[in-house]
Write a protein that binds this ligand. Sequence first.
Ligand code: S3P
Length: 447
Amino acid sequence: MNDRSVREDWLATPGAALAGEVRVPGDKSVSHRAVMLGALAEGSTHVRGFLEGEDTRATARVFEQLGVRIDTPSPSERVVHGAGLHGLRGAGRALDCGNAGTGMRLLAGVLAGQGFDSVLIGDASLSSRPMRRVIDPLIAMGADIQAAPGGLPPLRIGGGRTLHGIDYALPVASAQVKSALLLAGLYARGETVVREPHPTRDYTERMLAAFGWPVDFAPGIARLHGGHCLRATEIEVPADFSSAAFFLVAACIVPDSELLLEAVGMNPRRTGLLHALRAMGADIGEENLREHGGEPVADLRVRYAPLHGIDLPAALVPDMIDELPALFVAAACARGRTVIRGAAELRVKESDRIAGMATGLRALGVAIEETPDGAIIDGGRIGGRIGGGEVDSRGDHRIAMSFAVAAQVASGAVRVRDVANVATSFPGFVSTATAAGLAVAAADTNA
Ligand code: S3P
């Protein structure tokens, strides 16, 4: 679901073996946070590898509206001239987060600590996503936040409140909620402690430390005190594992493929898909392991290998929450049954991804049963091939790219409807994919 007036479709057809080297765009989570912390820091933060996606650009635009100067010396580069922790000023109009749940939830934490009022809005998809999970603990910290009925955006955030730290156990594992509370904690009196039912990505914690803010963290817990200051730094954004995921799966399922994915972010809270694919028989090697700005990075060499189904351990789900649509495709092409459970969060992402993937795969002849928190997929029925046909991405970038991958091993062409939203996370997907050997192109939407 999105508000775009221009509709875009793709026509994806069975492609050639994938070959060569691919560098996918910068990490979305890291790019959002680099702009946010850079904006709140003293001094100028240089960000290289910034994701030129709609989501992260929306976040940069919001901070510009809040009075922060952000220069773009070249594409994928930003210099954020920090306003300091107390230097933002009210925008006097609504702040548009576009499609970005990360943008809105983290901003709620930042804005709860300001001296001015703010309103956060988003597109149709974001306007239907749950915000109670972030509003309730922020209110417990002393924030003034009102949402539309059902706890939905827009969020009206009253300024001038005194925040105090809380010790909060998250009911649902969510890096966005954890990060919102830590960012509000910068402005709070005393200590803010966030405990998670499963560890989630820790970019906020790592980046706060890189900006010189004392923060204590280990998998499943993070704590900090208010009252320090952020000092500008340099940030090199690794390539986004979630964008690399589509190529990992494509090279696993298209016979004779061998592909090198360069400088992929390997934060252990993101790489669950690697473990899942390897358990299914994938041949993926990690080369040239190194660090970029405190984040582990590697080149991933992936070769075609026949996959088999698995019972996905629920504990792995938070480490691959954004990669599950791609895993659905791998499972559809694997021999035997794959069972996915413990993934109810997929129903409240940019779209209901369980329903979107199940409906689309079924339309391509795959035997898939939807469950409340996952799916049961019987793959590899026709020698690993799935059928051609038409699928609706529901305006969800990750569903669109997953079906472009599925089409590479289909017995006929696949029309993927409503793909414009891919620009939120992966600008240039079609040209990157085509260069790697995938057959996917823009299609006449009236056909
Ligand atoms: C993100 C956290 C995840 C993920 C999202 C980005 C982040 O959401 O799905 O794409 O940058 O913190 P949750 O933390 O809500 O699971």
